[in-house]
Ligand binder design. Structure first.
Ligand code: FAD
Length: 304
């Protein structure tokens, strides 16, 4: 369907094509800043991570569509002022289809060809009632279609190793995941998880259902005890008890907690790479040190 807008976007690489190559991609996720200090921290982090030459970086979209303008402007600035290939996240919360088309048009006009289409959570309580905008869309699948209608976007979607917290069971979660892949997603990135087997089970059940969309694991090391609770909320599953016990043994020692978090995340990434994952996506929380530490543990494997 033509919207009277250009159907061919400039020749920036398609992340879907990079992920489909045999060697794994490495990528970093950033959040749009909310304050002046946050903005300085983000750009310092981007500059510190740029020399690692990730295959791409992604910029999230704030809850409730709150960072629409910042997400677009940060993504555009990464594209024009750095050597990095950016991907914008886009959510459906609080947006009519007309508004979504407007954002998509702005991304295309800025030469952004890569978009992660996620439904988004309600602002405030992520598990609160999801209310569709009266003129909006209901599922990520619909966002994928909107992007596809527009033109030559490479589109990613979200995957949930433990199933999405709103899904009744793993079977319906898998079916719905495959629907959005078939709607036109080129790749998926997972929610954070802490045991390689959780990812491998997801990969196997999706493959067994006949879907070959590559699924990139999203990872984040535990750096403090507070991360564990937050991670459990986001992933929709209790933190693995055996790992929790290891963190609890050193809970009084901040440096030991951090060191254990880096060690466990690096070990998990190594196993994932041995299992042939299509890439590793680091959730950075806009800081570079922990990501660099895990990266350094993996670099020889990554460059092999
Ligand atoms: P959907 O795929 O739409 O699924 C939502 C629920 O509906 C699931 O339970 C699913 O099984 C069910 N469902 C889907 N399709 C159907 C159907 N046809 N019929 C019946 N049920 C269906 N949030 C943000 O606000 N901003 C971000 O930038 C952001 N980035 C993210 C990046 C990644 C890698 C991940 C994993 C998550 C991200 N999120 C972000 C969080 C995400 O928006 C939420 O987890 C949201 O609740 C689910 O999004 P989704 O795209 O998976 O939704």
């Amino acid at each position: 369907m033509s919207l009277g807008l250009p159907s061919k976007l400039p020749a920036t690489p398609a992340i879907g094509e990079l992920i489909a190559r045999p060697s794994p991609t490495f990528s970093f996720e950033f959040m749009p800043p909310k304050t002046r200090e946050g903005e300085q921290l983000l750009w310092q982090t981007i500059r510190e991570l740029e020399p690692l030459r990730p295959d791409f970086v992604s910029i999230t979209y704030g809850a409730g569509g709150s960072t629409r303008d910042t997400t677009v402007s940060v993504t555009e600035r990464v594209a024009t002022e750095t050597t990095l290939l950016p991907m914008a996240h886009l959510t459906a919360v609080n947006h009519s289809v007309a508004e979504l088309r407007n954002v998509i048009g702005r991304l295309a006009a800025a030469g952004i060809r890569n978009v992660l289409a996620v439904r988004g959570d309600p602002p405030g309580d992520p598990m609160g009632e999801w209310v569709r905008h009266p003129d909006g869309v209901l599922y990520a699948e619909d966002l994928v279609r909107l992007l596809r209608e527009y033109g030559d976007f490479s589109v990613g979607v979200a995957a949930f190793p433990y199933k999405h917290p709103r899904s009744d069971d793993v079977e319906s979660d898998t079916r719905n995941f495959i629907r959005k892949c078939r709607a036109g997603a080129d790749f998926a990135i997972t929610q954070m998880f802490f045991q390689a087997d959780e990812y491998l089970r997801l990969r196997d059940r999706v493959a067994a259902a006949g879907c070959d969309t590559p699924i990139v694991p999203g990872v984040m090391p535990v750096l403090r005890m507070g991360t564990i609770e937050r991670a459990a909320q986001l992933s929709g599953a209790p933190f693995p008890p055996a790992l929790l016990a290891r963190f609890e043994r050193v809970a009084d020692d901040e440096r030991a907690v951090r060191a254990l978090g880096i060690e466990l995340c690096s070990e998990m990434c190594r196993r994932l790479l041995d299992e042939g994952v299509p890439g590793i996506h680091f959730i950075t929380m806009n800081r570079s040190t922990a990501t660099r530490e895990v990266w350094q543990q993996l670099a020889p494997a990554a460059l092999a």
